[in-house]
Design a binder for this molecule. Structure first.
Ligand code: GLU
Length: 428
């Protein structure tokens, strides 16, 4: 599932897979439709602030190792920055910068009062102990604390970070602020100010988006075969919820391999196996197939819910799905996206399809600030309302401008931020 393999020694592929260039391509297409002038484009494209930090951490064997971390704040016109923190060996500034910009557009598509930010630390969490991860998380929090705050920048989980990571961030920030500040971070455990439904929110949003998109391609869940790349917080939970909804999930994958059953997987049983053994490998009721061929399986809906640059100009022609629902951020390059849309494939873009997570993060932040917590039913129904409305608005924009859903989502998002900019004016 790594994006690195295709890139070596191929400058055109390297450019295609640069997430910031991909984001900029999407942005420019939408900006052309909106006829934005060059000055405004520059304002909206440029990240407000980029922080790079060195993080000395004492490892379990007594040595001190210095890690590198980033936090990029892309835009705060609509409110505090919002966006996750990822821990991965291939984190780099261009990626974090693109992901931060995507958060600005994502929050705007679903109309949350937030701007966009993203953080990352270069590390391999699989090789680190819990103690090492805690010390790294605390070092990172201290290093970026001056630019964080419930009204400034509110992190959340992303790849390889979870509720525990958020709890450490909340504690580190609170100990320095000398008061418990739950709204500093979202995606926390329920016991310390987390929200009902946050853990499932991104997967639930993917399911809601798929339900809406099925109406466009004229399918019913029970007639729909779905291939899900991934099996984690987004892919795994998304697959479970879609399975409950009646979809036939035929394939799931993890970083070690891929399973396939043309009659549909018993997703709860797969998830139990994954929980017990830590991998999909060894699950009996399915064929084990090459991960590299998964995206090209015969299916109706493809849900790439793993990482960036999985669908590129190299495999776009071999994708058989009619509908792609992007659970991951940036799984399809701008070039591949155009190739697919040109042959009629409907793509629900990441900034809409995976916005369920940040939407319930918003609910968590609101609840923390009120000190009053909602039931799961209230969270889920408000999430559904926001996602369905955003989907309808994007679909309407697509019709009005005669463009695909990705460009429409960018148009809607950028127009909202541009409107705020025009109202607020330039402070100088
Ligand atoms: N990391 C998630 C995303 O990419 C969630 C961000 C948040 O909840 O702030 O949308």
């Amino acid at each position: 599932m790594s994006s690195g393999h295709a890139l070596a020694n191929d400058p055109a592929m390297q450019e295609e897979c640069n997430p910031f260039l991909s984001m900029a391509r999407g942005f420019n297409t939408a900006a052309d439709h909106l006829e934005l002038d060059e000055g405004l484009r520059d304002v909206l494209r440029s990240p407000d602030r980029e922080l790079k930090v060195s993080l000395p951490v004492r490892m379990d064997d007594g040595r001190v190792k210095v890690f590198t971390g980033y936090r990029v704040q892309h835009n705060t016109l609509r409110g505090p920055c919002k966006g996750g923190i990822r821990f991965a060996p291939d984190v780099n500034l261009d990626e974090v910068r693109a992901l931060a910009a995507w958060m600005t557009w994502k929050c705007s598509v679903v109309n949350l009062p937030f701007g966009g930010g993203k953080g990352g630390v270069i590390c391999d969490p699989r090789t680190m102990s819990k103690g090492e991860l805690e010390r790294l998380t605390r070092a990172y929090t201290i290093a970026i604390m001056d630019i964080l705050g419930p009204d400034r920048d509110v992190p959340a989980p992303d790849m390889n970070t979870n509720e525990q990571t958020m709890a450490w961030i909340m504690d580190t920030y609170s100990m320095h602020a000398r008061r418990t500040t739950t709204a500093i971070v979202t995606g926390k455990p329920l016991s310390i100010g987390g929200s009902q439904g946050r853990r499932e929110a991104t997967g639930r949003g993917v399911m809601i988006s798929a339900n809406q998109a099925l109406k466009i391609v004229g399918l019913r869940p029970e007639d729909t075969r779905v291939v899900v790349q991934g099996s984690g917080n987004v892919g795994g939970i998304g697959a479970l919820l879609m399975h409950q909804e009646g979809y036939r999930i035929t394939s799931l994958s993890d970083m070690y391999g891929c399973i396939y059953n043309e009659n549909g997987l018993d997703v709860p049983a797969v998830m139990l196996h994954l929980k017990e053994t830590g991998r999909l490998e060894g699950y009996a009721e399915a064929e084990h197939i090459e991960s590299s061929t998964q995206l090209e399986l015969d299916c109706d809906v493809l849900v790439p819910a793993a990482t960036e640059n999985q669908i590129t100009s190299r495999n776009a022609d071999r994708i058989q799905a009619k509908l792609i629902v992007e659970g991951a951020n940036g799984p399809t390059t701008a070039v591949a996206s155009k190739m697919l849309e040109d042959r009629g494939v409907v793509i629900v873009p990441d900034i809409l399809a995976n916005a369920g997570g940040v939407t319930v993060s918003y609910f968590e932040w609101v609840q923390d600030r009120m000190g009053y917590f909602w039931t799961q039913e209230i969270v889920n129904s408000r999430l559904e309302q926001i996602m369905v409305q955003a989907f309808d608005e994007v679909a309407e924009t697509a019709k009005r401008y005669q463009v695909g859903l990705r460009t429409a989502a960018y148009i809607l998002a950028i127009d909202r931020v541009a409107t705020v900019y025009r109202m607020r004016g330039l402070f100088s």
